[in-house]
Ligand binder design. Structure first.
Ligand SMILES: [Zn+2]
Length: 113
């Protein structure tokens, strides 16, 4: 009566391709996490940003040049003074915003008016 010890050397060896697979998966996972997250965040911020605080083009009442400025529509209509980006003179801006926080008008006046 012979007893045969079956050693399980072969059984414990995992195929190389399996290891490579999970490594690639992990790298893809990291790529996905680090690659997509900022894109979603930027997209999100940009979307909110452009609605609540859009850029408007203002024609300077002093020099006649146009420039873009950012305005906040979340607080309704308002007046404020902004220096012209070209000639640096103070412009009295009247921003009209309706109840739906939509821009309805931008008036640029000389501060002295
Ligand atoms: Zn100007």
């Amino acid at each position: 009566m012979k007893r045969r010890h079956t050693q399980s050397n072969g059984g414990s060896a995992k195929p190389v391709s399996d290891r490579t697979d999970s490594l690639q998966l992990a790298e893809k996972e990291i790529d996905r996490l680090y690659g997509l997250e900022p894109v979603i965040n930027v997209d999100d911020v940009t979307g909110v940003d452009s609605e609540a605080t859009p850029y408007v083009v203002i024609a300077c009442p002093y020099c006649g040049e146009s420039f873009e400025t950012k305005i906040d529509l979340t607080c309704g209509s308002f007046d404020y003074v902004e220096d012209c980006q070209i000639c640096c003179q103070p412009i009295n801006l009247k921003i009209a915003v309706n109840d739906a926080a939509e821009l309805t008008g931008v008036t640029a006046l000389q501060l002295n008016d």
